[in-house]
Design a binder for this molecule. Structure first.
Ligand code: ADP
Ligand code: MG
Length: 481
């Protein structure tokens, strides 16, 4: 039934900034303090107090805007969005209305096959969070914690260009990766530092007229954003099939049941009576400032992905894994400064290093081996001094316990340097050939599969130290001469 319809989805993501103080006051933003301790007369909205814009908020917004290739607004006014709620002591939220700090721009998403699609942004604006109403700790009363009131947020609004739950999943994943690379937000949806509202409508396939949209809130993971959207598309299709109308409303996602339920109807535009905030000077973002921020931007995941696939010729799978986290990517970057075998470098990072980190539940920042050390280990393999398996199974674990030693030292101490000197391998080959005269005849008569037996015997004689590649070649030459 859903095949008859196509979905149109626009996402609004609230990004809680990791500044030390609040958006318009010097109150601390520290998480987990006792309720109502990160508050001053400004957060409490006392009459006569004046807000002051936090520079870090503007910097974070410009960073995100530049990273998304947005147009950055020069003249940034603030606005009051008026509504009454117990966790909003001022009775209005300071936000931006007509002059959002960023407009346009896009997020590039990739599907499983690596195919790219741009999701355009409508705007990114700066605003402040409300406090928290706590309904489940007192049987009679709602408790209010104003520690969060005034914590800075960026709201990022997408154009309605997302087509499925899967695309929404990719979009939020990219946004989270980006804010983590930029280090402006920890990106934790489970803890509410990134919150996503999904606007969903459906229309008959091929139609140009969007259907009535429903807004779904309260998804506390990226997977749940996808689940909520998929459920909602199905629900709306079933309604239309039954000849019913879609009501414009706000719904909430129930993660346990995997369904959505109605919170409130949203007939027409909400009247927040936005008006210019008279207590804050507009902020001017100059070209000079933009250039300065641009020069401070870290390498971005999209750029790194491009470099790894185009310049380093890695697969898009590898490039995806390497750029998933900034710290892994930076480690790989450093490794590639000392090692031009990019594929081998990628394999070490994604294989041995990642498994080690996973086993010990360690972060790459606590990985004991410098990229340079891994590079010299890779070089030992390339020079034929040690086999790949000796490097991975013997040298790597010993290195981790002895990070000050060099891979070569460890290889020598543990007798792992392989014989890559033909003169020392040849006598062993002679010995093996003398041992199996019938097999030699059989090989020469065409049973080429016996090569492995000879090589294996030589490896045994050398106690595993003969270079397998060279042994292979020498044995073949000997047998065929
Ligand atoms: P509102 O005024 O209700 O907040 P906006 O026009 O500001 O609505 O859009 C909010 C979000 O909803 C944006 O992400 C936008 O892309 C998306 N959106 C708008 N119209 C539709 C629609 N018909 N179906 C799905 N999403 C939509
Ligand atoms: Mg809106």
């Amino acid at each position: 039934m859903t095949e008859k319809y196509e979905a149109v989805i626009g996402l609004e993501i609230h990004i809680q900034l990791n500044t030390l103080s609040k958006a318009y006051s010097s109150d601390s933003t520290e998480f987990g303090n006792l309720p109502n301790t990160n508050v001053s007369v400004i957060s409490l909205g006392h009459p006569g107090t004046l807000p002051m814009a936090n520079k870090k908020v503007i910097e974070s917004a410009v960073k995100l805007g530049l990273a998304c290739k947005c147009h950055i607004t020069e003249f940034n006014g603030y606005a009051r969005k008026n509504y009454f709620y117990a966790d909003l002591p001022k009775g209005y939220q300071i936000t931006q209305d007509k002059t959002p700090i960023c407009t346009g721009g896009y997020i590039t998403i990739k599907n499983k096959e690596g195919k790219e699609k741009r999701i355009h942004l409508t705007r990114i604006h700066m605003e402040e969070d409300a406090g928290k109403s706590i309904h489940d700790q007192d049987p009679f009363d709602t408790l209010i914690d104003l520690n969060r009131a005034g914590v800075p947020l960026l709201e990022m609004v997408s154009e309605p260009e997302i087509k499925s739950g899967e695309e929404a999943y990719q979009y939020v994943t990219e946004v989270r990766k980006l804010v983590r690379y930029l280090e402006i937000c920890d990106g934790n949806m489970e803890e509410g530092s990134m919150r996503c509202d999904a606007n969903i409508s459906i229309m008959p396939k091929g139609s140009k007229v969007f259907g009535t949209k429903v807004e779904v809130k309260n998804m506390n993971s990226i997977r749940n954003v996808q689940r909520a959207i998929e459920y909602e598309i199905k629900r709306q299709a079933e309604l239309l099939e039954r000849g019913e109308k879609i009501k414009q409303e706000t719904r909430s996602f129930d993660a346990v049941a995997g369904t959505t339920f109605s919170l409130r109807s949203k007939e027409g535009a909400d009247d927040y009576r936005y008006f210019p905030e008279p207590d804050l000077q507009p902020v001017i973002v100059t070209d000079e400032y933009k250039q300065k921020i641009k020069s401070l931007l870290p390498p971005l995941p999209d750029e790194l992905f491009k470099k790894y696939t185009e310049d380093y010729k890695l697969s898009s799978y590898d490039a995806g894994v390497l750029t998933e986290s900034k710290e892994i990517a930076l480690y790989f970057e450093e490794l590639c400064k000392h090692c031009s075998n990019y594929k081998a470098a990628a394999n070490w990072v994604m294989g041995d290093i990642k498994s080690f980190l996973n086993e010990r539940a360690l972060h790459i920042n606590n990985f004991p081996l410098a990229p340079k050390v891994i590079a010299s280990l890779i070089r030992l393999i390339e020079e034929g001094k040690v086999s790949h398996s000796a490097a991975s199974q013997k040298i790597f674990p010993i290195l981790i316990e002895n990070p000050a030693k060099s891979p070569l030292e460890i290889a020598q101490e543990n007798n792992l340097i392989q014989e890559s000197n033909a003169n020392s391998i040849l006598p062993m080959i002679e010995e093996v050939i003398a041992k199996y005269p019938e097999k030699v005849e059989a090989y020469r008569a065409g049973k080429k599969g016996l090569l492995g037996l000879f090589v294996g015997e030589v490896m045994k004689l050398s106690k595993g130290k003969a270079d397998p590649k060279m042994t292979n070649q020498l044995v073949r030459e000997k047998l065929e001469s």
